[in-house]
Design a protein around this ligand. Sequence first.
Ligand code: HDD
Length: 706
Amino acid sequence: MPNKKPSKPKPRSQDFDVATGAGGETHQHVPHEGPHHADGHLSTNQGIRVSDNQNSLKSGSRGPALLEDFVLREKIFHFDHERIPERIVHARGSGAHGYFEVTRSLSDVSKANLFQKKGQKTPVFVRFSTVAGGAGSVDTPRDVRGFAVKFYTQEGNWDLVGNNIPVFFIQDAMKFPDLVHAVKMEADRAFPQAGSAHDTFWDFASLMPETTHMLMWAMSDRTIPRSLRMIEGFGVHTFKLVDAKGKVTFCKFHWKPRLGLQSTVWEEAVKLQSADNDYHRRDLWESIVNGNFPEWDLGVQLFDQAFADAQTYDVLDATKIVPEDDIPVRIVGRMVLDRNPDNFFAETEQVAFCPANIVPGIDFTDDPLLQGRLFSYLDTQKSRLGTANFHQLPINAPKCPYLNFQRDGQMQMNVPKGRANYEPNSLKEHGEIGGPRECPVTGFASTSDLGKNVSGDKLRVRAELFADHYSQARLFFLSQTENEQAHIASSFVFELSKVQLEGIPARMVANLRNVDEGLAKRVAAGIGIDLPAKAKAARRSVEMTPSDALSIQKNMKKTLEGRTVGVLVADGTDGAELKKLRAGIEAAGGAVKVVAPKVAKVALADGSTISADGQLAGTPSQLFDAIAVVISADGCAALLKESAAVQFVMDAYGHLKAVGSSDAAAPLLKKAGVEPGSGVTKLGNAFVEAAKSRYFEREPAVRTLA
Ligand code: HDD
C-alpha cells in the first residue's frame, strides 16, 4: 500500500480558478499524485515497500542475479522506457508557467472570454525552442526561436503557436517536410547539429524563392538572441477575431518583450556555445527563481477585408507581414512568466501544442500553411506521447470542465461513469447519467464562415499574389540600420561559405539580386564568386516604405534591467570600489557576477576575503552584457599572465559591450586591444550608464563585415 494517501494537489498561489479568476486549481481530472512525489517510504509502482535500493537479489553474494527480483526488474523496465520520441522540429525547448492579463478589452472585436475584461487573468504555459537541433543540442545556434503559448481559458485551451519571426519559410504545408528535412542534420552523416549552414538547407532555400523574406530575418540578429526574455513573438498567420454577432476582424498577434529586443553578435553567439550549452534555458530559469519575471505585452494588428483586398500582398500568405506603419499594434494585455516547471519531462516535454486549439471568438483563416498545421500537430502528439489521451496529461488538460463521449484508448486516466457513451440518448429520463449536450449558443461553431459558400474548383495552385517573393524581403533589408545590414550580409557569407556543393551559393546570390543589388554584391564578394545573373522573378516587386519597427537596433532599450555585468577581480582588489560598483549596477536594475581566478577566498586589499560567482577559466565574458575590471596593480600584473583574463576583456570589447575599469587595469586593457571610445569608461556612474547599451559603432574597428 502507498505509505501516504494520495491527495489532490494543493492549490498554488499562481494557479487560477478559471471560473472566478481567483487562486486555486479547478482541474476537472486530477491524476493521483503517486507516493513517489512525497517524502516517505520508497515503494514499487504497485505500492510494495522496498527494503534495499542498493543491491539486486542474487544467489550468493556474487550472483547470478535472480529473475524473481521484481524490484530490480520494474526499476530497469521503467528506466528503459523513460525517453519518448523527440519533436521532429523544436526538439530543444524551455518552458515556464505564468499568466496573461487583459490590459485593454478586445470585446469590441472578439467574444473570446479571455479578452473581455481589463484585469482578467488566464493561466498560461509557454515553451520556447530552437527549431533545427535535437533535444540535447545547444541553446545559441543561429536559428528561429519557437514561442508557443497555451492559454488555459475558461472556455477551453487556446494555443498560440508562433515564432520570434513574423513570417515563415514556405507558403504551403505541402513543403514543410521538405523544409525540415533540408535544414536538419543531413540524412547520411547526421551533422551539422542545430544549424542551417550546410549544403542541403541552402540547396533547398536557393531553389525556393518563397524562402527569401524569411531568410532575411533568419540571417539577421533576430536568430541570435541574447535571451529568451528579449525576443518578440508572433502568431505569424492572419487569424480572425469574431464578435458576438459573428462579425469578423482579421488579426495578427504580436508579443513585445518588456525588456526590449536584444541580440548577441555572431562571434559571441558562437563562443556562447562553448561557454554554456544551456545559456538561454539557465537564463530563463534563473530569472524566474530570482523574481525577475519575464514579461511581454500582447499586441494585435486589426484589419478588415477591405484593407486586405487593397494590399499588394496576400494576407493569407505566411511569408508576408502587415507593416506596423500601415496597421499599428494595439496592446491588449501582458504576459508574466512567474513559475518554473516542477518537472521538465512532465511539463515542458509533454506539453502538446496544437494550432487547432482555439476558443469561440478566435478563428482560423484559409492560410494554406495554417490549414496544414491544423492537422499536423494533433497527429504528431499521438506519435510523441503515444496515445490519443495525451490531452489528459496535467500540462495539457484544460482547466475548465471537458465532457464528451470519446472513450477508452491507451492510458485512459479518466473513469467515466454509467452507460452513456453515445448521443443522442434518453438515459437521463430513466434516472441514469445521460452525459453532456451540445451548446448551440456558446459552443464553437466557426461562426465566421458558417453558412458562407466556400466552394470552388479543385486545384493544386497558389494564389497569384503569393508569387511576389522579394518586395517584403527588400522592405526588411532597407528597414535595418547600416550595421544590421552588414550583419545580414555577413551571415549570408558565413552560411554560404560552409556550402560545399558548387553552384548553390551562386543560385542564392542570384535570388538576392532581386532583394538588393548592394546586398548581392557584398555576399558574392564575401564568398569570392562572380556576381551571377539575376534570378527571374515570378512577379514584379513593388517598392514598400521602410519600417523602423523591423529593426532591432532602432528599438533597443537602454537599460540594465534583466542584464548582468561581469566584474573581473583578483587578489588585491579594492573592496570599497567593488561595493560601490555593485550598488550602482543594482540600483539601475542590473545584476552583478564576480569573476576571479579562484572562486573561494579572493583576498581584498583590506585583508578581507570574498567568494566569486565564477572561476575565470570557465566564466568567459560572453556570459555578460557588460564587464568591469576592478583590480589593483598587483592584481593586474597577475592577470596579464592569464590568457583567459586577456580574452575576457578582448571578447567583451569585440562583442561591443561596455568595458569599465579601475585605473590599475590599464595594462590589461591595452594587452586586450581595448581602444578609448564610446562604451569604454572608468568605474562609477559613467560605467553604469554605459553598461545599458551595446556599441555597434565600434564594430568596424574590431572586425570586417561583408
Ligand atoms: Fe510547427 C512544432 C511553430 C509551421 C508542424 N511549430 C512547432 C513548435 C513551434 C512551431 C513553436 C514547437 C511547439 C512546442 O514548443 O511544443 N510551426 C511554427 C510556426 C509555423 C510552423 C510559427 C509557421 C507559421 N509546423 C509548421 C507547419 C507544420 C508544422 C507548416 C506542418 C505542416 N510544428 C509542426 C510539428 C511540431 C511543430 C511537426 C513538432 C512537434 C510538435 O509539433 O508538437 O507538428
